[in-house]
Design a binder for this molecule. Structure first.
Ligand SMILES: *Cc1c(COP(=O)(O)O)cnc(C)c1O
Length: 387
């Protein structure tokens, strides 16, 4: 039959316990989620700072809608670029200490766009093995030579760059090196060695590109993410996680920003983000810079989690919002997840192909909306179920 693969591919996923279906959420905040009329403690939210539903952000959204409209009415290069976008870009430039900022409709699209822009045939893109799908897709469909280095293995990265330098046909052959990594990694919450990556980039006159989806708001004195740790040439961050709105930012120098405005198809042929949402995002960033307690609370609660989990539990320790507990095969991981659900805990099971075979895991996100008692309850339940 025609298009047989649609059905048979999905059936195959079911057989492998890799089938995915959506859950309709009736209501959620960083602490609770209501699904099928049942309330759960929510440990799978990316609203790390607990800013979703913040009254000041909601008010800014309404004010933005009234002043600028819900819709940009066009792409940024036609008439879509409004005062709300410009004001937000300026605030982001100040915050991240960068000359220029551009807004994209999603982090996925921004990563794709940037890998294409930096994927010129003279470029070598070096990606950490655990980089997000949108970085890998963008890089592999660009004109650049793409190499992936083992996760956080800066020595291997340096060897790859050296080898390529030696192999080039002549000394005048130009190679433009771009090092690409996430700041805090999505699945395990561990951090990249950003300072070392920056040093290597400088050594080879290259650029360092950091996807700060999970570090923005959470890392740094004012939540600036990786920019607070080292000199990062290009920062991409989604607005849809700790910033609690939607869309993405790219902060960089003037030359690259100008190049993107002129050549990036993702930027040119896409409607600018909602100006009302841009106005709300501006308010969100103002709160993120000022309210240090949100970051401090994530650290405190994460320490409680690490202390309370029994030594039988394989926790990947780190200081971000994301905590992974490695279980192994898909079926056991799903069954652990199900048992926790029966105890009123909602968290996600991460399975291949998102993570390597036999390393399925629970991904726990701790947010500024949680209370110490929530973390204690979670740890007790996990200790019971995994025992
Ligand atoms: C969520 C995420 C993205 C995508 O951002 P969206 O705005 O949700 O499209 C990109 N990179 C990483 C590492 C992410 O976790």
């Amino acid at each position: 039959m025609a298009f047989d693969f649609l059905n048979s591919d999905v059936e195959q996923q079911k057989g492998l316990a890799r089938y995915r279906a959506r859950q309709c959420v009736a209501k959620q905040n960083g602490r609770h989620v209501i699904i099928d009329d049942k309330s759960y403690l929510n440990f799978s939210s990316n609203d790390y700072l607990g800013l979703n539903h913040h009254p000041d952000i909601n008010n800014a959204l309404i004010e933005g809608a009234e002043r600028f409209g819900t819709c940009a009415s066009g792409s940024s290069l036609i008439t879509g670029y409004s005062y709300a976008h410009q004001a937000l870009e300026n605030d982001i430039c100040d915050w991240l200490n960068k000359p220029k900022c551009l807004l994209f409709s999603s982090g996925f699209s921004a990563n794709n766009a940037l890998m294409h822009a930096l994927g010129h045939k003279s470029c070598h893109l070096y990606l950490d093995k655990l980089s997000h799908a949108s970085l890998i897709d963008g890089a592999l469909t660009s004109d650049a030579r793409v190499k992936r280095f083992l996760h956080n293995d800066t020595a291997q990265l340096q060897r790859f760059i050296e080898q390529a330098q030696h192999k080039r046909a002549s000394a005048i052959d130009e190679i433009n090196n771009v090092i690409v990594s996430e700041g805090v990694f999505s699945m395990d919450g561990d951090q990249a060695a950003v300072a070392d990556l920056a040093k290597i980039a400088q050594q080879y006159q290259g650029l360092l590109y950091i996807d700060d989806a999970h570090s923005i708001g959470v890392i740094g004195k004012q939540g600036q993410g990786s920019s607070s740790l080292a000199s990062v040439d290009i920062v991409m961050a989604t607005l849809g996680k700790s910033i609690a709105t939607s869309g993405a930012l790219v902060a960089c120098d003037e030359t690259l920003a100008d190049y993107l405005v002129n050549f990036s198809r993702h930027y040119i042929y896409s409607t600018a983000i909602s100006p009302a949402l841009a106005w709300a995002t501006k308010k969100s960033i103002e709160i993120i810079k000022a309210e240090h307690w949100r970051r401090e609370k994530i650290v405190e609660l994460s320490e409680i989690l690490a202390q309370k989990l029994s030594s039988d539990v394989q926790l990947i320790k780190n200081s971000s919002s994301i905590h992974a507990i490695v279980i192994g095969d898909e079926k056991t991981t799903l069954s652990v997840c199900q048992k926790l659900r029966e105890q009123g805990i909602w968290l996600s099971a991460i399975r291949p192909p998102t993570v390597p075979n036999n390393s399925s895991r629970l991904r726990v996100t701790v947010t500024a909306s949680h209370e110490a008692k929530d973390i204690n309850y979670l740890a007790n339940c996990i200790n019971e179920v995994i025992k």
